[in-house]
Design a protein around this ligand. Structure first.
Ligand code: HEC
Ligand code: HEC
Ligand code: HEC
Ligand code: HEC
Length: 231
């Protein structure tokens, strides 16, 4: 019995390790559009590659982050703006290098999921099971004036005038902002607006669905919101 219980223990340890490794992966999430993905309804018929929908090792469409998609027109979007904002809001248009625009190359509900892939695997155009565009709640359209502001520059002076925002840390890579409610700061991104732009990726973790839906931290007790806002 001694032997089998040791094997049992080894198996349990292995299972825990596999579960932990699996949890932090894009595999089989809704962002795994490969033909074998068990988590996605939108997926390919003819490629089991995962990264190719967004990245390529060579000849990328946008340098950073080796972006493999034809993005929609940056200026065709309307963003959130309000007179209450202390960091300058942007009403009209993304910058062409905005990570948020990259998200919209699928979440605008109009750009093809497989159709907009810039370099197809083995030169073969990707075809999808069913629709090539997103419909339903995950289709945010091009009017983002009713969505949390993105692609605007967060500045130390904007934070200080507001008085209820977390602190900016430009010493980390990437720079972050955080309140005392979170251990890890939430990332800010570089764009043509500056080095500390708030983007979709400040709240969302595109490769990891541990805190669904692809969030940087849990929404339990509104922890994510309280990570930047002192309310
Ligand atoms: C659905 C689109 C999408 C897919 C699929 C995807 N990525 Fe990404 N990836 C992004 C976006 C957007 C960024 C930049 C935003 C960010 O870092 O949050 C990024 C950033 C990165 C970065 C740089 C930042 C970091 O997190 O280290 C690496 C490396 C990366 N991806 C690797 C991969 C690999 C490897 C795969 C396949 C296993 C993959 N990605 C699949 C969208 C995607
Ligand atoms: C290659 C296309 C593609 C890109 C690029 C992409 N997504 Fe998605 N995303 C999808 C698809 C497809 C779904 C599933 C939609 C559905 O099933 O209704 C999805 C779902 C989601 C969901 C909802 C998940 C859920 O469980 O309901 C979130 C949140 C999300 N994406 C955020 C992002 C963010 C943020 C970015 C950019 C950093 C991004 N996505 C970039 C294709 C993409
Ligand atoms: C301030 C934080 C924040 C920012 C910025 C943000 N999101 Fe979200 N997003 C959330 C949270 C939180 C949820 C989950 C809401 C819920 O479950 O009630 C969510 C949900 C979603 C969903 C799922 C919607 C649904 O109803 O199924 C998608 C898709 C999505 N976000 C995409 C994006 C994209 C694309 C951007 C950038 C244009 C973005 N998000 C910017 C916090 C954010
Ligand atoms: C990564 C940091 C970050 C996170 C996370 C975040 N916010 Fe924000 N939010 C900001 C910043 C910065 C502003 C702009 C504030 C300003 O300039 O006055 C803002 C603006 C807003 C505004 C508009 C304020 C105005 O004056 O018009 C609202 C409302 C808001 N956030 C709610 C939320 C909610 C709800 C959540 C959680 C779902 C959330 N935020 C998560 C950083 C964040």
């Amino acid at each position: 019995m001694m032997r089998s219980s040791k094997i049992g223990l080894a198996l349990t340890v292995l299972l825990i390790a596999v579960t932990a490794a699996g949890a932090a992966s894009i595999k089989n999430t809704k962002h795994d559009l490969s033909s074998g993905s068990t988590g996605a309804t939108y997926k390919a018929t003819n490629t089991d590659q995962i990264c190719v929908f967004c990245h390529t090792p060579h000849n990328s469409a946008q340098d950073i982050p080796l972006w493999n998609r034809a993005n929609p027109t940056a200026t065709s979007f309307t963003l959130y703006s309000s007179s209450g904002m202390n960091n300058a809001p942007v009403k009209q248009g993304f910058t062409a290098d905005s990570i948020s625009l990259f998200c919209m190359s699928c979440h605008d509900g109009a750009t093809g999921l497989g159709g907009a892939v810039h370099n197809d695997p083995n030169g073969l155009a990707i075809t999808m099971v069913g629709d090539d565009t997103i419909s339903g709640d995950a289709n945010l359209g091009t009017d983002l004036s009713n969505d949390h502001p993105v692609n605007f520059l967060v500045t130390a002076s904007g934070i200080s005038t507001d008085g209820n925002l977390g602190a900016l840390d430009i010493g980390t890579n990437p720079p972050t902002m955080k309140t005392a409610d979170v251990t890890n700061g939430l990332p800010l991104f570089r764009s043509a607006r500056g080095a500390t732009t708030l983007e979709c990726g400040s709240c969302h973790k595109v490769h990891d669905n541990t805190d669904a839906p692809f969030l940087r931290t849990t929404m339990a007790g509104s922890k994510l919101c309280l990570g930047c806002h002192k309310k």
